[in-house]
Design a protein around this ligand. Structure first.
Ligand code: ZN
Length: 49
C-alpha cells in the first residue's frame, strides 16, 4: 500500500483493456478505477451515423 507523509494515499486509474496505469491521483484512501488509455487498441470506436 502506498502512503506518503501526509497520510494521503494513492488512487490509480487502470486501462480496462491493457491494464496499463493511465493516471494516478491523491486520495484519502486507496482507490482503483478502470478507464481507457489512449492506445489505438483501447480507444473506444465512435461510429457517428
Ligand atoms: Zn489500454
Amino acid at each position: 500500500m502506498l502512503t506518503n507523509a501526509n497520510g494521503t494515499e494513492m488512487g490509480t486509474i487502470i486501462c480496462q483493456h491493457c491494464h496499463r496505469v493511465v493516471e494516478t491521483f491523491e486520495t484519502e484512501k486507496v482507490l482503483t478505477y478502470f478507464g481507457v488509455c489512449k492506445e489505438d487498441d483501447c480507444v473506444p470506436v465512435e461510429t457517428a451515423e
